[in-house]
Design a binder for this molecule. Structure first.
Ligand code: GAL
Length: 423
């Protein structure tokens, strides 16, 4: 019964008066238990930075790394741990998820640490907003990712003598020649969130930032059922024809290796891909390039990586959580982590070291704040809570995998799902 109540609450969104009794492991311990989904080689290396720093002063870190890009599986595991009364001390939770968990009364606020260290003075406002619920801080942010990036294998264009395309239409036009030369025009794995990542970039390019917000943040009926949305789905159909046939079998880092191994020409993926290129010894500007996703040059879809701390009665556990919070937000860790992860540090006073794609990302972030073209990722839980994020991901993925589905039907079903009163 309690289990059902909790799941319902988690899926239906904030409920302010609930306080649940789930607390991390009943015995106080010197070990911090950390759940996250960073399991690709570069993600694991970035997590090691956090782990090594934490353990070097004699404290233990128990790693719960749940495979599955985008964190869908990790969130399922987290729910089952909470329901069984055994949440981790710290968990990777992003965006609206922080607000949902906080609304259930399950998270420890970190107000004292935030205020004592005056962190808000170094965080961009949108980051500060994302980690709060009802005026209190619950999320510890570690990096900002831009989800609308394209990654280019220069070899594919040198071999074929083709120019690097500047629009989806140009890529579609040269796709047969790339295929003839043995290259997959656009690689990506077939996981639902990866397919839906293409969708959010295309919504932004076809409709612009205001349209993106109307449709995916405010769920405005007119925007959701507009001719622009039909155009988005039409374009998606064409884009699917650029992707590999075996796409349902690849994780995002395997897809990245298709660029590295000279099998594919391009890939759309957030800048965690940069970490994967680097760990494979790839040199930016020589072995690969980054380009903003077509039509989104001056725009930025953000995805903030954060951790949240679960309530505990034990002083030792609380001290461990405070220690971790403090370390994650230190300048030293923010810099070292971003070098491996491909993200931008959330501390704006820790960004001087950025170069290449990361510097471009930082510049695009500042520019998009000025021009109001910074938008939250729906796929990574920034734009909407899980009860709306998951149907969008699943729905878009089904559409992209079904050759018979039409854009008109897709628009009807997606808007019906998002406008359903039950959500
Ligand atoms: C995102 C996360 C990124 C990256 C990606 C692939 O949700 O924010 O840091 O790890 O998933 O796993």
């Amino acid at each position: 019964m309690i289990q059902r109540l909790l799941i319902t609450l988690l899926l239906t969104g904030p409920l302010n008066s609930v306080t649940a009794n789930a607390t991390p492991s009943s015995q106080p311990t010197d070990t911090i238990d950390v759940l996250h989904w960073w399991t690709s080689p570069s993600e694991a290396a970035a997590t090691d930075i956090l782990k090594d720093h934490y353990t070097k002063s004699g404290f233990a870190w128990s790693d719960q790394a749940i495979a599955g890009g985008g964190g869908g599986k990790a969130m399922t595991v987290l729910k089952s741990q909470v329901i069984s009364g055994n949440p981790p001390h710290a968990a990777q939770i992003s965006g609206q998820g922080i607000k949902s968990w906080a609304s259930l009364g399950l998270l420890a606020d970190i107000d004292d640490t935030v205020n004592h260290n005056q962190w808000t003075s170094v965080l961009p406002e949108f980051v500060s907003d994302a980690i709060q619920f009802q005026g209190r801080f619950y999320g510890v942010p570690v990096g900002i990712h831009r989800s609308n990036w394209l990654w280019v294998n220069p070899g594919a264009f040198e071999d074929t003598g083709l120019a690097i395309p500047t629009s989806w239409d140009e890529l579609i036009a040269i796709a047969p020649r790339l295929r003839q030369a043995g290259f997959i025009p656009l690689t990506h794995g077939g996981e639902a969130w990866q397919q839906a990542a293409i969708f959010e970039s295309v919504v932004l390019s076809e409709g612009g930032a205001d349209f993106y917000r109307q449709a995916l943040v405010h769920h405005d009926r007119k925007a959701l059922t507009s001719p622009t949305m039909i155009r988005v789905f039409r374009k998606l159909k064409q884009i699917v024809s650029l992707t590999p046939d075996n796409r349902s079998k690849m994780s995002w880092d395997q897809a990245t290796r298709e660029i590295i191994n000279n099998k594919a020409a391009m890939m759309l993926m957030g800048d965690w891909a940069l970490g994967e290129f680097k760990i494979n010894g790839q040199v930016e500007g020589q072995d690969f390039y980054c380009l903003p996703a077509f039509g989104t040059e001056d725009k930025f879809i953000y995805n903030i990586d954060s951790f949240a701390m679960f309530n505990t009665r034990h002083l030792k556990d609380r001290q461990a959580q405070q220690r971790l919070t403090h370390q994650l937000m230190s300048k030293e860790i923010q810099i070292a982590f971003s070098e491996n992860k491909g993200s931008i540090p959330v501390r704006m006073d820790a960004t001087d070291h950025l170069q290449g794609c990361q510097k471009q990302s930082l510049e695009a972030l500042h520019a998009s704040i000025k021009t109001n073209t910074l938008v939250p990722s729906i796929i990574h839980g920034m734009a909407a809570r899980e009860s709306l994020q998951v149907p969008v991901i699943n729905f878009v993925s089904l559409y992209m995998s079904d050759p018979a589905a039409t854009p008109e039907e897709a628009v009807k079903s997606l808007s019906a799902a998002l406008l359903s009163p039950a959500r």
